[in-house]
Structures are given as C-alpha cells and as structure tokens.
Design a protein around this ligand. Sequence first.
Ligand code: SAH
Ligand code: SF4
Ligand code: F3S
Length: 460
Amino acid sequence: MSNVFIKTYGCQMNKMDTSMVTCAFKEAGFSLTDSVKDADVVLINTCSVRDHAEQRVISHLGHLKHIKKNRPDLVVAVIGCMAQRLGAELLEHEAVDIVCGPTQIPQITELVTKAINEKQKKLAITKNIRRKTPEYQTDALEKFETSFGIEDKQIPSQAFVNVMRGCDNFCSYCVVPYVRGPEVSRPPVAIIEQIRKLADKGVKQVTLLGQRVNAYKYIAGEKIYCLANVLKMASEIEGIEWLKFVTNYPSEKFFDEILQVMADCPKVCKYLHIPAQSGSDKILRAMNRRYTAEQYLDLINKARTTVPGIAIAGDFIVGFPGETEEDFKATVDLVKKARYKNCFIFKYSPRPGTTADKRLKDSVPLEVKKGRNIELLAVQEQISDELSREFLGKVVKVLVEGLSKKPHLNSAENPDKPQLIGRTETDYIVVFNGISSLAGEFVKVKITKTSPLTLFGELI
Ligand code: SAH
Ligand code: SF4
Ligand code: F3S
C-alpha cells in the first residue's frame, strides 16, 4: 500500500479539490500521510493567481528534487491551476512525474498508479482551455464530485460544495479563466443531493463555492435557478444549520434575490465577501470590472439596509498598471466608506496570458506597491478594530473549528481546556478556552477582549 502526502496552495476551490482527491486516494487503497518522509507519492495542488504562489511551488519542487536523489521511486504529482498553466514545461522539471490540470482530477489515482508501475512521466491537461468543456469531462467531474465531495474531514462539521466551475468574467489581471476554463453552473439537483449526503454525515455548515458565485444560473426547462433558489433549497435540508457562499462579483443581477434570502432565511449567514478591487473608476475600467465605485457602494449599502447586521469583506489589488497616487486615494476613500469587516489586499502581479499583461506595462514600482499595501492595511485595521470592539460584552454563537495553534491567550497551554477557535455566522474569528471535543459543535461565547481580526471570550 502506498502512502500519499498532499500539500495544498491557493483558494477554497483548491481545498475542496484536495479533499475530494484525498477521498479518491483512500477509496483506491492508498493511505494518507502527514510527512514527506513516509510518503511514496507527493501531490502538490497549486495556484497561479500571483507569481508568489507559483514561486512557492517551484521552491517546494526544488526541495523534492533533492529528496528524490536518494529516493528515486518517490512519485511527484503537480495538480491544479499551475499544472494547467505550465503543462509540459512543468513536466520537464526533474522532480515532476505527473502534471494534472483541474479538469483532469478525476483521473488522478489512475495516473499515480500508472506512474508507480510504469515509471513514465504523465501529462493530463486541457489543450484549448477556453473551449466549451466536452460533455464527457463535465460528466466525469460531476461523477467525481458526487462520489468524493460528500465527506470533509478537514474541519469538523464543515464542508465546501462547488456550485460552479471556471470563470467567464475575464478581469484583465486574472489568470483564473485560463486555468479553470469556462464558467459552468452545476445542476441544482446534484448540489442538493451532495449537501444532503454531507448533512447525513454530520456536516452543519456548507460553503457554496464559485469564482462568481452570485452569477450562478441553471436553466432546467422553463425554470431558471439562481443562487437564491439553491440557498433556499439547501436551507430546507435537515441538519444543515449555516450556509455561506463565496465569492461575489459586484453586480445587480440576482443581487436582490440573494439579499432577500439572506434576510428571510436564518440558515443563510449574514456574510458577504464582495471584492471591489479598486476605488478608482479609471482603474476599474482597466481591470474590466464592469461597475463604478459609486455603483459598488450602492450595492453594499443596499445589502446593509436589506440585511441588518450583515458583515462585508473585500479584496483589493494595489499597484495595478497606471495606478496614480490619486487613484490609490480613491481606493482608500472607498475602503473608509465601505467599512469592511476585513479586506484582503494584494500587490498587482502580472500574469502571463492575461490582457493586462499583454497590453499594460507593470508601471508601479514594487516599493510603491508595498507602501500602498501597508497604508491600505492600516486604514482597514483601524476600521476592523472599531467594528470588533462593538462585540465587547456581547454573546455570540460560534461554530467551533478546533484547536487554535497561535498562542493568543495566556492559558493556551491549559491541557484540560485548550484554546479553541471558531467562527460566527458573520465570519468573525473567535478564540476561547474549552474542551477539545467541542470541535464541530455550536457554542455561545461572551466576548471579553477584541483585536482587529479576532474576538476573544469565555464559553458560557
Ligand atoms: N473569483 C474571485 C477570486 C479571484 S482570486 C473574485 O473574483 O473575487 C482572489 C483575489 O486575488 C482577487 O479578488 C484579487 O484581489 C486577487 N488577484 C487576482 N489576480 C491578481 C493578480 N494578477 N495580482 C494580484 N492580485 C490578484
Ligand atoms: Fe478572476 Fe474576475 Fe473571474 Fe474572479 S471574477 S476569478 S477575479 S476573472
Ligand atoms: Fe489560485 Fe486556481 Fe484558486 S489560480 S486562486 S487556486 S482557482
């Protein structure tokens, strides 16, 4: 029996793929290991969204090349977005035996078995990634998803479910449409069936995934299903307590329906991750984001009026080609107005093949990008701190994830009641002391201390 070690980079979609791949390997008779030392197979699930993400994989592979000198039988498989982007080039790397794109993951156990037996390099990627995904591939992915997407041991009681694959949005900076292929919404019946199976296994929180999840649209005869319909149907499943969904694209389409289901249905969490990317209309246009800063603010204001208590999170890219000090000020201004719970801020990284990379010069110097990143983070930290403080003395409902590794609290070493971590409905991180068997349970915590990104409290 062979041991498999899996390392995952990238977004929640990759985490979801990893959990399915893990199930598939177990089913095929492999066992999983936490250490490369015991592994016969090393699988790296990769991300191409920024150069930094790819560089980490390259250095990981450098390390594996070294290990393989003494252990030539070790099989190394690279799967995911970088596999699709670099294909044959990656296969040339001395350490790499298998390169398998996101569309080909249903073949992964077979590819690995063959590589072990035949000692031959294997390439499985899509040639024309933007061509409509052939039916046999969609069917294979659907089958893989329904067979192996029904268990998630990564966080107790929580699971991700893909509702869409790919992306057709073509934001000018983004590599995702070129590595994940065309946008496809999965049939609602398949999604609901999968969630039902997860609920049967004790899953309480499901996060629906899509690169543009609010654009979910499935036509079945006369009926058009949007995300709000899926959320409504999923909320009727017994055992499912919380439903979250990421990531949203700022657009009017289906937005009212989604906000309404959030307001009406207690199981749909009041949390909206809706990246703006920039506050400058000029930059938004260059990014091919089809809204203005004002339209964006209107959307989130509408969300706040329709869904009282909603928490909003965002993403920003600083140093996009042509971003002047004035454009950056517009972003700072937007962040101040939006009052996000938290924000992810990234320095622009040119991605080969994207229109921004082909047409625009990466004109903002790295030092300026770094400076803007730090400045924007500081603005957001102040807002996050103010919003966190509003929780002081309040009791929140938390779904416990497990042990918290960071030494946040003084009693972190308490063996009977170690430090636990969980999240609220609105995605706030809560840290408190309690028995470890609470992982996967809902608890109530009284907040006694706050920091910009974390609430601390006592179990009640
Ligand atoms: N589909 C999601 C997530 C895309 S990737 C969405 O549209 O929101 C996650 C984040 O990475 C994006 O929101 C964006 O802020 C950032 N990102 C994407 N491409 C980037 C690039 N080339 N350079 C820097 N950041 C990038
Ligand atoms: Fe990339 Fe834009 Fe699609 Fe998000 S919506 S994955 S940023 S192209
Ligand atoms: Fe990265 Fe692919 Fe996700 S490029 S962000 S792992 S879809």
